[in-house]
Design a protein around this ligand. Structure first.
Ligand code: SF4
Length: 393
């Protein structure tokens, strides 16, 4: 039986290529930076987990102690890898925002007697029609009593979301199905999203029948996912948040321009020209010197091989092969008429002759060939290069 997570299915539905990068190719993601919003969410979750964990051990921390705990984990985890996009607000503003969320929550729900916590960051898994399961983690599962359960989820969204939007969040509904399956006495499972920044909650409850229908729809998504053989990109507004944009064929061109940049790109053009001239001189000098040295060494190896009547000379790590071949030369251009006649009479002229492309280009340039007549054979491209010449002083 295969297990899937709602986020796996979410990736597949949003963009098959993104799903492939993440779950099939397992392309490593650059995790060098964490947005401050994620960081804030994690720290607030940790503080609320601490609150209910203490409660499970029979004590409720004072608000000040809980805030101390929060500030401790904030400080302990804060690093220069936390990315803040806002130019207006700094890390401390975000920290205080988290403090406010925790304080409001604490005051709202104190003394936290709304049911018995069964698990914190608890794993749940629901069996779906067919041969698949959907699995995930709930922030807090609560037994209210009398067959009523609640799944609590903490959200640190900066904008308030209402019931209509949370209805679209398949994840918690599938977890509710898991609770029905796991606890046979369950008559009702409420989903509670805590919109912490606004001290509000969104509550939704679905019947088991409704949840099972959602389970069927999810099983169909899984069937499509399992049958998929092609993973095309799906470009959307969400691409801006995609961690694979750099390697996505729909976007990678944007990054290639940057990849071409090198350390010289920042230098003034005049410096670049002088540097290029310097490098060319160095290369010329060193290659002339090298050619001369290599020629002398090759001469010495050939002399040794001829003297010994051998065609291979071994060194410590390499072997030199001395090749002897006869080189045939013919008269230069303009003095080949006799040779051409003989080749034509032998019937091999077509095999040895070829179009002189340099000459053709020159004739084209000089307008001696009608470009309109040979245009269909031409392919044009723009090649760019840099050549240097000395400035007159
Ligand atoms: S950038 Fe967009 S199209 Fe490309 S993989 Fe990511 S989500 Fe898909």
């Amino acid at each position: 039986m295969k297990k899937y997570s709602p986020s796996q299915l979410g990736y597949f539905e949003q963009c098959r290529l993104k799903f492939k990068f993440r779950y099939l190719d397992k392309v490593p993601v650059d995790k060098t930076e964490t947005p401050i919003e994620f960081f804030l969410g994690s720290r607030v979750h940790e503080a609320l987990k601490k609150l209910y964990k203490d409660q499970m051990f029979g004590r409720i921390p004072a608000l000040e102690a809980l805030l101390d705990y929060y500030n401790g984990v904030w400080k302990g985890n804060l690093s220069d890898k936390i990315k803040i996009n806002s130019t207006e607000y700094g890390a401390d503003d975000y920290r205080r925002r988290g403090e406010k969320m925790i304080s409001d929550y604490y005051v709202h729900y104190h003394p936290f007697g709304q049911g018995r916590t069964l698990g914190l960051e608890m794993k749940v898994s629901a069996a779906l029609p067919g041969d698949a399961r959907i699995a995930g983690i709930v922030d807090r599962l609560v037994d209210i009593g009398g067959g009523r359960y609640e799944i609590h989820d903490y959200k640190t969204y900066a904008t308030l979301k209402g019931a209509a939007e949370m209805e679209k969040d398949r994840q918690l509904f599938l977890y509710a199905l898991a609770v029905f399956q796991q606890f046979p006495d369950a008559k009702r499972v409420d989903l509670v999203w805590h919109m912490l920044a606004f001290d509000r909650e969104v509550r939704i409850s679905k019947s088991l029948g409704e949840l099972e229908k959602m389970g069927e729809a999810t099983a169909q998504v899984i069937a499509v996912l399992e049958a998929a053989r092609e993973y095309p990109p799906h470009v959307s507004a969400l691409c801006g948040y995609c961690e694979y944009q750099r390697i996505c064929p729909s976007w990678s061109h944007l990054f290639k321009v940057k990849a071409l940049e090198n350390e010289w790109m920042k230098e003034p053009a005049a410096v670049l020209v002088e540097k290029l001239s310097e490098l060319k001189d160095e290369k010329k000098k060193s290659s002339e010197k090298m050619d001369e040295e290599m020629g002398k060494v090759e001469e010495a190896i050939i002399a040794f091989a001829l003297d010994k009547g051998i065609d291979r000379v071994s060194g410590k790590s390499h072997i030199a092969r001395v090749k002897s071949e006869e080189v045939v030369s013919f008269p230069p251009k303009g003095a080949r008429q006799g040779l051409v006649e003989v080749l034509k009479s032998e019937g091999v002229w077509d095999d040895v002759s070829d179009l002189d492309m340099f000459a053709l280009r020159r004739l084209l340039k000089e307008g001696k060939v009608d470009e309109g007549k040979i245009g269909e054979f031409e392919t044009k491209e723009t090649r760019r290069s840099v050549s240097l010449s000395k400035l007159k002083s």
